[in-house]
Each structure stands twice: as C-alpha cells, then as structure tokens.
Design a protein around this ligand. Structure first.
Ligand code: NAP
Length: 334
C-alpha cells in the first residue's frame, strides 16, 4: 500500500507531482488554513503531513497521529511544530532551508529602502492629493529620508538569510556589524563584517535587521530595554518572526519616537488586525509575511518538501531533517 500524505494547502504543482509519484495525496484546498479539528481528524489516517507555519502542530495533533511518521514543513521556520514531542514519538520533521534566503534578503532590503526613503508615505502623499494640495512639484525639504551610504547595518542572527542580507549591504556602501549565537569568521572576512555583542549592535547601528528563528531564547529578545539602546535616528527591520520583538514596547517606541521607524513583515498575531495600533502609525511599513513570496522560491520550496518526503519513503535520512535525534528512535521509512 502507498503511504498517505495530507497537505494543508495547495503548494506549487511541481512539488505536488513529485510527491504523487510515491504517495497518495489529499490537499486542503481552501485559501485559509484548515481548522484544528480538521487537522486532528486527518492526522489519524495519514503516514505523512505537509504543513505550513500557520498550522499548529502541537502535542494534541502529534499524539493523534498514530501512523504519522514524517512532517515535511513548507518553510524554513518550524516554531509551529512541537519538535520535542515529535522527536519523542519518532516523527521526522523536515524544513526548506537555504532556497528562500535570497528572496527574504531581497524583501529585507526592500523594507530598508521603503522605511528610510519613506516610499509608502510618499505614495500615500501622491494618491491622497496632499502633493497637489502642497502647490509645489518639488521642495528642498519634501519627504526627506536617511541615506544608507556610510551608515551601519546591524544584523541579529547571521544564518542563511542574515548572511545574504550582509552580502547585499556592500552595494549600498554600508558597514555591517552582527550579533549571532556563534561567530562566523569565514563570513567576516568574505563580507567585511564585525562581530559585536547585542548591546553594542543596538547602540551603534543605523539600521537593525533581525534574522533569528523564534525559540524560547529569542522570544521578545527585543523589548523596551533594547529599543531604548537604539539611536533615535535608527530603524528596526523584522522579517524573522513577530514574537522576537515585544510588540507593545515597539508601538510605544514608535509613538514616542525612541527610534525613527520600523518595517515589519511578521507579527505576534497573523493576519494583523486592521485596527492594530501599528496600522495607525506613519513611521512604520507593514507587509503581510511575504518574505519568501516569489514564484521561483515557492516552487523550489515545494520541490524540497517533495525531496524530503521521497528520501524518507526510500528509507533514507531526509536531506533537511530538523530533529536529528529522531534517528536514534526510529529508522526512516514506512
Ligand atoms: P538559519 O540559517 O538557521 O539562521 C538563524 C541564525 O540565528 C543562525 O545563525 C543562528 O545561530 C542564529 N541564532 C539562533 N538563536 C539565536 C540566539 N538565541 N541568539 C543569537 N542568534 C541566534 O535560518 P534562516 O534560514 O536564516 O532563517 C531565519 C528565520 O527567518 C527563520 O527561522 C524564520 O523564522 C524566518 N523566516 C521568515 C520568512 C518570512 O517570510 N518573513 C521567510 C523565511 C524565514 P547558529 O548559527 O548557531 O544556529
């Protein structure tokens, strides 16, 4: 009998077709995520799951999946999955690292430019007629922003995405400092980076960009104390996970101008409610978690999801195994 996989959203066909060669596939076809009771119901009868970061794969779901052997996550982040329980139950968890680093780094730079050059504010200025009302086509002080050349970029978390962001900084003439769990001397040399402590990074940077995963250690790592260390002229960019920043403290910092602005792709609760305090502020740019949202990247992610499932089917260790300790508990394969 072929193994069965439940896929919680329609991912690009290229990946689906590869999966169909080895698995019987069922897909949740709505735009919104399957409610938890549907996941609980489906997991009872499948050998594999393909999940998204919007699916809460907690102990309830994992314990219900008596036949469940592998979860192939369509994302690099996996903070929606209870990894400890999965490992204990001998369930393999895989992700899609690397293939999305360039797209997320591009979006990070788009956000840096948008907030420092006030692109969203300027677009609104034109569309709402404020430009026309100003009675001038050009003014020496109209929409002034911050120039990037000669400024300091501070990267928190120098992994795959953080290092892509660092690489692209050269084009803008910025010097780059970073703080990460471990020093990356080879990258320091290659991209001309300087390793500093978190406090120094916050004090010295003109732009701070966050690229750590969401873990117990990184949750709310940027709070009131850290925001107060930043320059009043500095900008904060977050394309990692919303919960890495204490959002209430950030709103206060933006309202009271402790920092110049922020550009955010990720939030505590997604989708961000229309009336959230962040939506009322002018010194912030907001995007709806679109870091990896390019056709090219989403296709590569789908292929990687398939490759992980297929390797497991063949009894091989999947190339992007997250919980490596699981190998000691159960061999790969059905
Ligand atoms: P990665 O290669 O694992 O890089 C994460 C980096 O953060 C690593 O260098 C890691 O250190 C470091 N780190 C981990 N915990 C830390 C801590 N407590 N303090 C300081 N540094 C710490 O992951 P990635 O591919 O760059 O992705 C990073 C995150 O971006 C993902 O986890 C995900 O949440 C987010 N993301 C968002 C989008 C989006 O659409 N906005 C898209 C993709 C990813 P080590 O080198 O020691 O592991």
């Amino acid at each position: 009998m072929r193994p069965r996989v439940y896929i919680t959203r329609r991912i690009p066909e290229k990946g689906l077709n590869k999966i169909r060669e080895f698995y019987d596939v069922e897909i949740w076809s709505e735009y919104f995520p399957p409610p938890k009771d549907i996941i609980l119901q489906k997991v009872e009868n499948v050998d594999a799951l393909v999940t998204l970061l919007t699916d809460p794969i907690d102990a309830d779901v994992l314990n219900r999946g008596k036949k469940l052997r592998i979860i192939s996550q369509y994302a690099v982040g996996f903070d929606n999955i209870d990894i400890e329980t999965a490992t204990r139950l001998g369930i393999y968890v895989t992700n899609t690292p690397g293939v999305l680093a360039n797209a997320v780094a591009d979006l990070t730079w788009a956000l840096i430019l948008s907030i420092t050059r006030r692109i969203v504010e300027a677009d609104k200025f034109v569309r709402t007629g404020s430009w026309e009302a100003s009675k001038t086509g050009w003014h020496p002080t109209m929409m002034l922003g911050m120039e990037l050349r000669g400024k300091t970029l501070g990267i928190i978390g120098l992994g795959k995405i953080g290092s892509e962001v660092a690489k692209k900084a050269k084009c803008f003439g910025m010097s780059v400092i970073y703080y990460s769990r471990r020093r990356r001397k080879e990258l320091e040399e290659e991209y001309g980076l300087r390793y500093v402590g978190l406090e120094t990074l916050l004090r010295e940077s003109d732009v701070v960009s966050i690229h750590v995963p969401l873990t117990k250690e990184t949750e709310s790592m940027i709070g009131e104390k850290e925001l107060k260390l930043m320059k009043r002229t500095a900008y904060l960019i977050n394309t990692s996970r919303g919960r890495v920043i204490d959002e209430k403290a950030l709103v206060k910092a933006l309202r009271e101008k402790w920092i110049a602005g922020a550009a955010l792709d990720v939030f505590w609760n997604e989708p961000l409610p229309k009336n959230h305090p962040l939506t009322k502020l002018d010194n912030v740019v907001l995007t709806p978690h679109i870091g990896s949202a390019t056709n090219e990247t989403r296709e590569k992610m789908a292929e990687m999801v398939a490759e992980n499932l297929i390797a497991f089917y063949k009894g091989e260790i999947p190339p992007n195994l997250v919980n490596k300790e699981v190998i000691k508990i159960r061999e790969p394969g059905f």
